[in-house]
Write a protein that binds this ligand. Structure first.
Ligand code: ASP
Length: 430
């Protein structure tokens, strides 16, 4: 019965997307009358959509902290942490490297920037990207409570892992604290399932708002760019990840993608890998069978440092802007873009639009005009949503591969098409 309930939720989210898009388009077709703008777009949809995103965000810090402490304190062998960390980071860098290289290649072949029509320049200030050395320093929190208050993922991850390790080394005191964290974890996972019941309404409101406010003219002006980003995103999700899962993991990639569909829909609707962490965690643990010892570490880390979809957008956007301004990039500039994008993805948080901020840094670094970003601002939201779905699929791919290589993937769960239940599972098995 619980499976049926879960299917119903996935179905309901999907329906919410379709109805949301239809409602938004209808409003746009009616010429966005004043009442619709005031009461729906800036009223109901805005409130419901933002409340939904906040509910998810509200869970992220407690969930990541508690589940990471549980995960790292249950590692029997502390060496495993180093090994898992090493493999995970290497795979994250590799997938991002493949993503940006594919994107640049596609941009060079298709030349999306040649003949693009300049569109109305939107005034928006683009913040500076943080230098990589600072990212490393900032990883260690001066004050873990402040890091949590500000939702800074890397310092939270750093502190939680250390605390977990200390708990394992603290004998009976550690055992007592560990069991408190395990109970807390059960309660927080329950909270996640409660929040997800609200998902269809939130998704409906977010998509309706997007459909009502996007302008077709913006898309037409940079149509080739948009189409190319979509094509490479799909290529990465439907060819590169399946290849990695098949070749390295010897796992059925289609089953993997099928089981990740709910998380992808959440990522698409919220455009935030961070806000999607609760759903990604549930999906990889309950549906794919990854032991939480692995996923509690790899998923939040991935949401923070692994952004393959974002790297694809950045690669293509760089090519697009260079072509638009008639600037020829040299091979070393291309290589610089690859390295910059990989490094920058480590320092960027998984929140909406941050990919554009980082793009400004990449452009400046290779000597391209950062104002070029104005060309693609208008269409970025839809691309942001789609690339976020790819970002979290990449996190789950690496998580599954690392778990498999560590013998921490339950193959029976992975093979069971209906395993796991996003919504109604009351108690997580830790
Ligand atoms: N929204 C993306 C994410 O959260 C980041 C970005 O590309 O802007 O993963």
């Amino acid at each position: 019965m619980s499976d049926k309930k879960n299917m119903t939720l996935s179905m309901r989210i999907l329906l919410a997307m379709v109805f949301g898009a239809a409602t938004g388009l209808l409003i746009a077709l009616l010429g966005t009358p004043d009442w619709a703008r005031v009461w729906l777009i800036e009223g109901l949809f805005q409130v419901v959509g933002q409340v939904f995103i906040r509910l998810l965000q509200m869970l992220v810090v407690p969930l990541v902290f508690v589940s990471l402490v549980c995960g790292s304190s249950s590692l029997s062998d502390p060496k495993m942490l180093g090994r898992v960390g090493g493999k995970t980071i290497a795979l994250y860098l590799l997938t991002t490297g493949i993503a940006v290289s594919l994107a640049l290649l596609a941009a060079v072949i298709v030349q999306p920037g040649v003949g693009a029509t300049p569109i109305n320049v939107v005034e928006r200030s683009i913040a500076e990207a943080t230098p990589f050395s600072q990212v490393l320093i900032d990883m260690v929190p001066r004050n873990p409570v402040a890091a949590m208050a500000n939702g800074q993922m890397l310092p939270i991850i750093f502190f939680s892992v250390l605390l977990g390790v200390a708990i394992t080394l603290s004998g009976s005191a550690g055992e007592r604290i560990k069991s408190v964290f395990q109970d807390l974890n059960t309660v927080i996972m329950r909270l996640v399932t409660l929040v997800m019941r609200f998902a269809p309404y939130g998704v409906f409101a977010l998509i309706a708002n997007l459909a009502a406010t996007s302008s077709a003219a913006d898309f037409a002006a940079v149509g080739k760019y948009v189409a190319l980003v979509f094509a490479v995103l799909f290529l990465h999700a439907l060819v590169v990840y399946p290849m990695l899962l098949t070749v390295i993991g010897r796992l059925n990639p289609w089953l993997f993608l099928y089981k990740m569909r709910a998380a992808m829909m959440f990522a698409f609707s919220t455009a935030s890998s961070n806000a999607t962490i609760p759903v990604t965690l549930e999906s990889v643990e309950k549906r794919l069978g990854v032991n939480s010892r692995i996923s509690s570490f790899t998923v939040p880390l991935g949401a923070t440092i692994n952004m393959d979809g974002t790297a694809i957008m950045q690669g293509i956007a760089t090519g697009f802007i260079a072509q638009f301004y008639g600037i020829d990039l040299s091979l070393s500039q291309y290589l610089m873009v690859v390295v910059m994008v990989i490094l920058a993805s480590i320092g960027t948080a998984g929140v909406p639009s941050v990919g554009l901020v980082v793009l400004a840094g990449v452009l400046t670094q290779v000597g391209l005009p950062a104002e070029g970003i104005a060309m693609i601002l208008g269409v970025d939201r839809l691309l942001d949503m789609t690339r976020t779905a790819v970002n979290i699929t990449g996190d789950a791919t690496v998580t599954t591969l690392v778990a498999k290589s560590e013998g921490e993937l339950d193959l029976d769960t992975f093979r069971d098409r209906d395993a796991g239940n996003i919504v109604s599972a009351p108690t997580p098995s830790r």
